[in-house]
Design a protein around this ligand. Structure first.
Ligand SMILES: Cc1ncc(COP(=O)(O)O)c(C=O)c1O
Length: 606
């Protein structure tokens, strides 16, 4: 593939997209045709940098040997430093007035250009390209073996990997798809392409562990990352400030999920860490509030929901009950309620209430009613929930001499993600929050998975009708480009760390805390996400869900009703929920989950 600066790498093609974007899916060996005229050094380097930002590997640069400007003399050593070969070829001869003479000298020019012996001849360029292409294909072939010999994957039992065919080689990713290499798979493998093509497009069904929101390699985000990297690289954070971090903190606190309750943003670098920080904040508040003795403070626990997940660091694991992932590194500290769950079966929404709580399920009500929490607070089920939660907390002697003095309520609002895509009855979570607050327990919302419009809402707080004291955001915070997390806190929580000595401060900081690249990308991602929420696609999806059916036949125009909608059409969810194979389905915002009969987890996320 060749690209040239004359029309420019950003010039539109017939389809209206730029050359960069329309050739991108091919990612073939790339020649950049440089510019040999005045200004050509700059335009060639600019075109090269634009190609890099779109993920191209530029194999060679070709330009004319203009004897006056001699651009190649500058560009050759410049690109040699980047490992790229520059080939300068003689420019075409001046045009002759006589047509037949012109034809002869042009022929001669082209003959020399492709001859093997001419210096900088085109054949050498072609050979170089072939060689680079072969190297690339060879590398794609041998990557699975090299990976099996060297890397240690998360969540993977290496002993169960049969051979190289089990390794997914991702050549690139764009939008909602990976481009994967299939050359190492047997032709009978389900993922080997029928066409015999070495590369194949594969849908990224879990949005790469739910990090993606705008599609892979979104150019606005890659530009933001490059901008911040170019301006700051990385700079340390304590008692320092830069615009990416400051703007991010302000927008999340003043006009984001923290609006109305948070006063501080603590920026860190991944969801598990964001949760560790949240726990440290809440436990400090509780130790002070309940006057817990120093020894008891070492042993504090939380109240939460069964099947919750808050990350893989030891503190975040300890805030969850025992599970398959907890192993010998874990000491469950707390108590976890079995949650009532929401689903759709045969086109009808229901709330499944655990028998330990009550014997009646809720059926035959639309989702808009189930998610109208304020209205449901007056129902008999709310009283049943209240009694169950209160009695349990009473038994656990919150804040007094229990084995693990309870120091926080920790919730994944609305949906337990990694624990099985279990949609929790929002009324139950609201009752838990009210009961915890009544006892002085700080409330943490872990919105790492569900926040920032994953469920169609910036935060679940307005729907639940209750604000947290601490809340955590990560994953889509950066549109899935780089890791970053933010822990928001109320002024009360912030003040709990006031004191005369440094030892009383929040002593938690990673080398890359609030790194500028992450913060700049988060600002760009939030801008784009906010645009999406105002766009026609969201409007149409909301209207479809509010027109009636399972979502809204009793739509009463209240907050609960308007919050319930999905990017998945109501007709599709209706059909899915009626399939024999499907125990139940459920959807909110961009998440669709369904439980296959006989399966052992809550749902299969899409
Ligand atoms: C609800 C929730 N909290 C915390 C985490 C941990 O985030 P990270 O993987 O960025 O450490 C996750 C990750 O899936 C999550 O779903």
């Amino acid at each position: 593939m060749s690209d040239r600066t004359l029309s420019g790498v950003h010039s539109p093609t017939l389809s209206g997209t730029t050359q960069l974007d329309s050739y991108r899916p091919l990612f073939l060996p790339t020649i950049l045709v440089g510019d040999s005229r005045l200004g050509g050094i700059s335009s060639t380097i600019s075109a090269y940098e634009s190609l890099l930002l779109r993920g191209y590997i530029v194999d060679t640069i070709l330009l004319f040997k203009d004897p006056y400007y001699r651009n190649w003399e500058y560009l050759e050593p410049y690109f040699a430093e980047h490992g790229i070969k520059v080939s300068a070829v003689d420019p075409p001869p001046p045009r002759e007035a006589d047509r037949s003479q012109n034809f002869i000298i042009t022929e001669e020019y082209y003959r020399k250009l492709v001859s093997n012996d001419s210096t900088g001849g085109l054949l050498r360029v072609v050979e170089h390209l072939d060689q680079r292409h072969e190297e690339r294909i060879k590398e794609l072939h041998n990557m699975p073996r090299r990976a099996l010999d060297t890397v240690w994957w998360p969540f993977v039992q290496h002993g169960l990997i049969k051979d190289e065919g089990d390794v997914n080689v991702i050549d690139s990713a764009w939008g909602d798809h990976f481009t994967i290499f299939n050359g190492h798979k047997p032709s009978s493998a389900p993922s080997a392409t029928a066409s015999g093509s070495l590369l194949e497009s594969q849908f990224d069904g879990s949005a790469s562990w739910w990090t993606q929101a705008l599609g892979h390699a979104h150019h606005t985000l890659t530009l933001a990352a490059a901008r911040a990297a170019g301006r700051f690289g990385h700079v340390m954070y304590p008692q320092a400030i830069h615009t990416p971090a400051l703007r991010l903190a302000e927008r999340l606190v003043d006009d984001g999920p923290g609006k109305g309750w948070a006063s501080r943003a603590f920026i860190s670098d991944n969801g598990s860490t964001g949760m560790e920080i949240a726990l440290k904040m809440a436990l400090r508040v509780a130790s002070k509030r309940f006057g817990i003795a120093p020894q008891g403070r070492k042993n504090m626990g939380v109240v939460g929901l069964r099947s919750s997940y808050h990350g893989d660091t030891i503190g975040s694991m300890d805030a969850c009950e025992e599970g398959v992932y907890t192993c010998e590194w874990h000491q469950a500290k707390g108590y976890w309620f079995e949650p009532p769950s929401v689903g759709i079966k045969n086109g009808r929404a229901f709330v499944n209430v655990p028998t330990a709580v009550a014997h009646d399920n809720v059926e035959g009500r639309p989702l808009s009613w189930i998610y109208n929490v304020n209205a449901r607070l007056g129902t008999s089920l709310a009283s049943v929930y209240w009694t169950h939660v209160n009695d349990t907390l009473e038994r656990l002697a919150v804040g007094s001499g229990a084995t693990h003095p309870l120091g926080a309520l920790v919730l994944e609002p609305l949906v337990l993600g990694a624990g099985g895509m279990i949609f929790v009855d929002p009324l139950f979570q609201r009752v838990l929050i009210d009961a915890a607050r009544a006892r002085g327990l700080p409330v943490i919302f872990d919105e790492v998975f569900a926040g920032l419009w994953r469920l169609g809402l910036r935060s679940a707080a307005p729907l639940l009708g209750a604000y947290p004291d601490v809340a955590v955001y990560a994953k889509v915070l950066t549109g899935g480009l780089v890791p970053l997390a933010v822990t928001l806190a109320s002024e009360d929580v912030f003040r709990a760390f006031d004191g005369a000595s440094k030892a009383e401060a929040l002593l938690h900081g990673h080398s890359y805390s609030a790194y500028a690249v992450g913060c700049e990308v988060a600002n760009a991602a939030l801008d784009r996400l906010e645009m999406l929420t105002r766009g026609e696609e969201w409007k149409a999806a909301k209207e479809a869900w509010h027109a009636g059916g399972v979502a809204g036949e009793e739509n009463d125009g209240t907050r609960g009703a308007t919050a319930v909608w999905s990017m998945w059409s109501p007709q599709f969810v209706d059909v899915l929920s009626k399939l024999d194979l499907v125990e139940h389905a459920m959807t909110l915002g961009t998440v669709l989950a369904f439980k296959v009969k006989g399966g052992d987890s809550g749902g299969s996320p899409v």
